[in-house]
Write a protein that binds this ligand. Structure first.
Ligand code: PGA
Length: 256
């Protein structure tokens, strides 16, 4: 069985250029933070930088480059799309899918994300599956139902051994890029709920082995507290991952 990991994942989104990407990666890696076997650091970089970033990283223990998206189609006439097979062929091991920005601006559905999950797993790439509710649903106290449906519709067709290959990122949309983090209690509550939803379908043991990251305004000064919650296994970090010294501190905040 795969071990539950503590993960600091940088989501660079559509920021910077090749030179800035190289400098940012260099600045973080120069810190030479040693990771234990159950700690992982991931940089989700824009497509054009995947190959050079992967070369730059080398074989540093438990450091990986990720893509930020992939196509829900295996191959064919889909101009501008990038397939899971292409990612595999350049040795990419992780891929974010279902980020709320993709769901909102590119109309991605839970069903499409299930297709992406299948293609990624087929190509031995770990999906980082994002879920999370918008503000109006949180205000109406509908967050549990909303997130449960996202998880069920995109993941519950998987056999248990495949589910264990998926990393989940809970990202309340109202906390993304707003500087307004969920409280540690709110994050813990939702993470425990997601684990209970998985337990109902796959059993407690499987549920306890899935890594669930928190995302939404994770910063150097709040990562330690949020990552300290028992069901939070690290974070998916946007804005603060673009500043080397902040992301370094976030990596250092991972549980052992
Ligand atoms: P943020 O973004 O850290 O800038 O809020 C998180 C994310 O969108 O993954």
């Amino acid at each position: 069985m795969l071990m539950r990991k503590q993960i600091a994942a940088a989501n660079w989104k559509m920021n910077g250029n090749a030179q800035q990407a190289e400098a940012l990666l260099r600045d973080v890696m120069q810190q030479k933070i040693k990771l234990s076997d159950d700690q992982v650091v991931i940089f989700a970089v824009p497509f054009p930088f995947l190959v050079t970033a992967n070369q730059q990283l080398g074989k540093e223990h438990n450091y990986f480059i990720a893509a930020q998206n992939c196509s829900s189609h295996a191959s064919g006439a889909y101009t501008g799309e990038v397939s899971a097979e292409m990612l595999k062929s350049i040795h990419i091991k992780y891929c974010i899918i279902g980020h709320s920005e993709r769901r909102e601006y590119f109309s991605e559905t839970n069903a499409q994300l299930a297709e992406k999950i299948n293609l990624l797993l087929k190509n031995e790439i770990t999906p980082i599956f994002c879920c999370g509710e918008p503000l109006d649903i949180r205000e109406a106290n509908g967050q549990d139902k909303h997130v449960e449906a996202q998880v069920q519709e995109s993941l519950f067709h998987l056999a248990a051994d495949d589910l264990l290959k998926v990393v989940i990122a809970y990202e309340p949309i109202w906390a993304i890029g707003t500087g307004k983090t969920a409280t540690t209690a709110q994050a813990q509550e939702m993470h425990a709920f997601i684990r209970s939803v998985i337990a109902k379908r796959y059993g407690k043991e499987i549920a306890s082995e899935v890594s669930i990251l928190y995302g939404g305004s994770v910063k150097a000064n709040n990562a330690g507290e949020i990552f300290g919650a028992p069901d939070v296994d690290g974070g998916l970090v946007g804005g603060a991952s673009l500043v080397a010294k902040d992301f370094i501190q976030i990596i250092q905040s991972l549980k052992n």
